[in-house]
Design a protein. Structure first.
Length: 316
């Protein structure tokens, strides 16, 4: 018996034109973009479909835009299957903002609520640090424990933390610019295959995001969460969770906490997952799943042409 998981991409996967073919081909997908537009009180779908890329990439736009594209893929697949996707899944997970997409797909969070929360989350994260004070860097070829040590050594009174533990030998650090630059130099000295500063608008998933977490907390506390139909493998714990009462706190912690994606994929492997569907824009998580869930079949579902293979893999 197949044990499928669905994973949902985070910021950086956005491209102008994403989701447009799904909206053209599927009434259910089209309705998702219309609902997100209505929830935000603006035509975000026009930016998603037509760009410009610079406007789409703004954090407060990219986050709800990626949600809309992921859920459009979910609804188009459900339309093709003739039944809810969540009922076929063993678990779900989402990378950073993708966790909101995962919760919508699992029936724990309403789409309109998720869109409004992500608009607030994106704007709050952008406001959390003055421009030019924070940075992030990718470090390839060193284990996470080594990167944690490097970040601590580089901090020197500033903030520098492991922000994303994406896969074996693939990590991202975040914090004050000077500290992250020191971490890059230390990583190179320790034999990293690559250590490069990233073009990002803010230092995500570190202590500098504390003001954003504080701003988001009341909105999450006042949002209705239902029990998800399947377990969510949470970013900050890399453990499955079904209790809706725990979800707001996990989403608050996620703003400043490490995205434990490598460990999340290991959890899925322990749960017996043998099929991973990446729903939405891009194929970043598909590549990580091939490494992190050994032996699992991995399919990206972002275009109408992907639906038949996904439905067949799910037995639909």
């Amino acid at each position: 018996m197949t044990r499928p998981a669905a994973v949902f991409p985070g910021q950086g996967s956005q491209t102008a034109g994403m989701g447009r073919a799904l909206a053209d081909a599927s009434a259910a997908a089209r309705a998702v973009f219309e609902e997100v537009d209505a929830a935000l009180g603006e035509r975000l779908s026009r930016v998603i479909f037509e760009g410009p890329q610079e406007t789409l990439t703004l954090t407060e736009n990219a986050q709800p835009a990626l949600l809309a594209t992921s859920i459009a893929a979910v609804r188009a697949l459900e339309e093709r299957l003739g039944r809810p996707l969540a009922g076929l899944l063993h678990c779900v997970a989402g990378h950073s903002l993708g966790e909101y997409s995962a919760l919508v797909a699992a029936g724990a969070l309403g789409l309109a609520d998720a869109a409004r929360l992500l608009r607030l989350r994106g704007a709050a994260m952008q406001r959390a640090t003055p421009p030019g004070t924070g940075a992030m860097a990718a470090i390839l070829g060193l284990e996470a424990a080594v990167v944690v040590t490097i970040a601590a050594e580089a901090a020197q009174g500033d903030v520098c933390q492991l922000a994303n533990d994406n896969a074996d030998g693939q990590a991202v650090v975040s914090g004050h610019v000077a500290a992250v630059e020191r971490a890059v130099a230390l990583a190179k000295a320790q034999g990293a295959k690559r250590a490069v500063m990233l073009q990002v608008s803010a230092p995500f998933h570190c202590a500098l995001m504390a003001p954003a977490a504080e701003e988001l907390a009341p909105a999450l506390a006042s949002t209705r969460f239902a029990e998800p139909a399947v377990s969510l493998v949470a970013n900050v714990t890399a453990e499955p969770v079904r209790d809706p009462a725990l979800l707001p706190e996990l989403l608050v912690r996620q703003v400043t906490g490490r995205v434990r994606w490598r460990e999340s994929m290991a959890t899925m492997a322990r749960m017996g997952v043998d099929l991973v569907l990446e729903l939405g824009a891009g194929k970043v998580l598909s590549g990580l799943a091939k490494r992190g869930v050994p032996g699992a079949r991995v399919l990206a579902v972002g275009e109408p042409s992907d639906l038949d293979a996904a439905a067949a893999a799910l037995g639909g």
